[in-house]
Design a protein around this ligand. Structure first.
Ligand code: GLN
Length: 476
């Protein structure tokens, strides 16, 4: 079953601002859609129907008082690793059971300021570690296009929520591809901003040098509006870029005449032929629209996956040390404090999280540090240099987002390496700190959605969105 036709976020906000529809009415419509299909899809860990109704009523008051809210009354779903004051925030882990954050993430306050209405917290792979949402302690999310398949991950709940019309917009986090890959598998737009472009304050850390919060939407314009609402400098995130991100909405219609597009071999090699066909079609469409399309290469990108699976677990092993049974959520008592720590962590973390903590601890241990973590950081530098060289000749790069369309449940869960390979095309941008977007571009095998990926250098969001918008237009 495909996505129900819904108004875009931009259109919804305009009708609420104009007084043609109330925010309360809009939220009721979305809650009804959730009620009809959530038990089948399980996009949410926590539905916030009561809070959403109250928030919508406040939005209607603000509109009546003449406030010009860019996201007036737009229903938004939040990945459940974003802190929401007083509302359970679990990272889909037992270890955070019962924890309610005492503050809102910066992106959450910014959404509220813009007039958006939060409808719920979405399911994810535990601590955002995974590519299918099968690692959630609360059971998987199903793909709205085919409920026998995964929605991708780790932000699978957010991608499914937008694809199913449960929310017009959603936020996810992307450490190695967790926004773009599920967006591709669910047929929606998903974007990872330049590192430091969107505040990480209140995003529960996985791998801090890679993590970014970013938008899910059903159109490129909606994603652009959402990015502008959440982006910008935040003094509470020490890695936040002082000048913020450049604007993206104004240039959307500018077209791609003369834009230099490099089709990156390493961002296609090994993908399924149905996916490959859609990337070729996207390259041809950009050329038709006036872009200069040529082949490009990022030779070191083939080592990105290996570098990522040292750097990300290393940072995770340190970030997750805080879940000790004292400060957050779950506690399993023991005879002494060491036993309490051990029992809590043994009971609270799932298998994949434990695997990452062990890998990371090993990679950072004395005697191995330089051979593993140090080597991975050197590979990261080589990848950054490859991008710099490519961007001397190109404005953007084009590739596949994921190697395959949505796969059936269980297809990769027994073999971590095959699951890790889902992110082979998305990881290089995280290692470099660059922006990238996945745009739905038709269907592949079994009529399932395929996403193509556009990449740009740091702060290249304007050209990234221009190209994405041109791709979207080429389909209509
Ligand atoms: N799937 C990758 C992983 O398992 C990326 C996850 C993410 O971006 N959060 O680490």
């Amino acid at each position: 079953m495909t996505t129900p036709a819904t108004a875009t976020a931009v259109a919804l906000a305009a009708s609420v601002r104009a007084g043609e529809r109330s925010a309360v009415e809009v939220v009721e419509e979305h809650l009804a859609r959730i009620a009809a299909r959530e038990s089948e899809l399980h996009a949410f860990n926590h539905l916030m129907a009561g809070d959403a109704r109250a928030a919508a009523a406040r939005v209607d008051e603000r509109v009546a008082a003449g406030e010009g809210l860019p996201l007036a009354g737009v229903p938004v779903a939040l990945k459940d690793n974003l802190c929401t004051r007083g509302v359970p925030t679990t990272c889909s882990s037992r270890i955070l059971e019962g924890w309610r954050p005492p503050y809102d993430a910066t992106v959450v306050s910014r959404l509220q300021r813009a007039g958006a209405v939060v409808v719920g917290k979405t399911n994810l792979d535990e601590f955002a570690m995974g590519s299918s949402t099968e690692n959630s302690a609360f059971g998987p999310t199903r793909n709205p296009h085919d409920p026998s398949r995964v929605p991708g991950g780790s932000s699978g709940g957010s991608a499914a929520a937008v694809a199913a019309g449960f929310a017009s917009l959603a936020l996810g986090s992307d450490t190695g591809g967790s926004i773009r890959q599920p967006a591709a598998l669910c047929g929606v737009v998903g974007m990872k901003p330049t590192y430091g472009g969107v505040s990480r304050y209140g995003l529960i850390a996985f791998a801090s040098s890679l993590d970014q919060v970013g938008p899910f939407a059903s159109t490129v314009e909606d994603a652009a509006v959402l990015l502008e609402a959440i982006g910008g400098h935040d003094p509470r995130d020490s890695t936040s870029i002082p000048g913020g991100l450049p604007g993206v909405v104004d240039g959307l219609a500018a077209g791609v005449e003369g834009v230099r597009v490099g089709v990156a071999r390493e961002l296609i090699d090994g993908c399924d032929t149905d996916v490959r066909a859609r990337v070729d079609a996207a390259a041809a469409a950009l050329a038709d629209a006036g872009a200069k399309v040529e082949d490009a290469s990022l030779p070191s990108a083939v080592h990105g996956l290996s570098a990522y699976y040292l750097i990300a677990p290393a940072e995770a092993s340190s970030n997750l040390a805080r879940y000790d049974g004292v400060r957050y959520g779950l506690r399993v008592d023991g005879d002494d404090i060491t036993e309490m720590y051990t029992r809590t962590r043994a009971a609270g973390f799932g298998a994949e999280v434990k695997r990452r903590i062990m890998l990371g601890t090993y990679a950072l241990s004395a005697g191995y540090y330089d051979a593993y973590y140090g080597q991975a950081q050197r590979v990261r530098t080589l990848i950054i240099r490859d991008f710099e060289r490519a961007y001397e000749s190109f404005d953007v790069l084009l590739g596949a987002t994921a190697p395959t369309v949505a796969f059936p449940f269980g297809a990769k869960s027994e073999n971590p390496l095959s699951m890790y390979l889902s992110d082979v095309f998305t990881i290089p941008s995280n290692l470099a700190g660059h922006p990238a977007i996945s745009v739905p571009y038709g269907t592949g095998a079994d009529e399932l959605p395929v996403g193509v990926q556009v990449l740009a250098p740091a702060l290249g969001e304007p050209v990234l969105f221009r190209v994405a918008a041109a791709l979207e237009r080429s389909l209509t």
